[in-house]
Ligand binder design. Structure first.
Ligand code: SAH
Length: 216
């Protein structure tokens, strides 16, 4: 699969939809979505639908998030150039690519070996490489590289992974879908001091679950 003018045209329409209908206003988020070829992260049978606001199955029974969810989560993080960002749930690598395209320094963890391998290859091919890609359990974070400016969790957590909050800088933010398997609330924590957090909620979503340990 190539990135043709047809794909580029569809991406422009998607970006306008995200701006007008979803209300995304961070130009850097929209610019990155305009740049990253989402269809290349999907199986070829979905190529024609890659720029619709839809989720699709990826390897290991996981899903690539809706473009609107990627845009909303990224906007909530208020990404600045060179922010150190920890992503939990690399999946296809699409969200990782959007963060890299925004010139963030991305550290990402995936517990499914197939997806870890797929996303690593894809991000290399597209020259959208994160700083570090880990096959492991996101609940533990990446203490070696902590602290982070931002943390993005792309799977739904039933309980708050407190270790991740420890790995956040004071002034940093974590965006995480929190709640039971049927539905989660998109939640943003801002670290005000070592012990104080501001908590904000941004509506209901359905993510694949955040699971313990790794899966070969
Ligand atoms: N951002 C991804 C979304 C993938 S879905 C994309 O754009 O494609 C969420 C991912 O989180 C899945 O791949 C799932 O395997 C992964 N995941 C679930 N629990 C995890 C954990 N404890 N640690 C790391 N990854 C996890």
């Amino acid at each position: 699969m190539q990135d043709s003018y047809v794909h580029k045209g569809k991406r422009k329409i998607l970006v306008e939809y995200l701006r007008e209908k979803i209300g995304i206003s961070d130009d850097n988020v929209l610019k990155a979505i305009n740049e990253v070829p989402r269809h290349l992260f999907l199986e070829s049978i979905f190529e024609d639908f890659a720029y619709e606001d839809r989720a699709f199955p990826i390897l290991a029974k996981q899903t690539i998030s809706h473009p609107s969810t990627v845009a909303e989560q990224t906007e909530l993080l208020e990404i600045q150039q060179k922010d150190k960002v920890l992503e939990i749930g690399t999946g296809s690598g699409y969200q990782t690519a959007v963060l890299v395209a925004m010139n963030a320094w991305v550290y990402t963890i995936e517990r499914q070996k197939d997806l870890h391998d797929f996303s690593q290859k894809k991000l290399r091919e597209l020259h959208l490489r994160p700083k570090f890609q880990s096959f492991g359990d996101g609940f533990a974070g990446l203490p070696t590289f902590a602290p982070f400016d931002k943390i993005l969790v792309t799977c739904g957590a039933e309980t708050l992974p407190t270790e991740l909050l420890h790995q956040l800088k004071v002034g940093g933010m974590m965006v995480i879908p929190l709640g039971k398997t049927e539905e989660q609330v998109l939640t943003r924590f801002t670290k005000k001091s070592e012990k104080e957090f501001e908590k904000e909620e941004f509506g209901a979503y359905k993510f694949v679950p955040m699971l313990n340990n790794t899966n070969h």
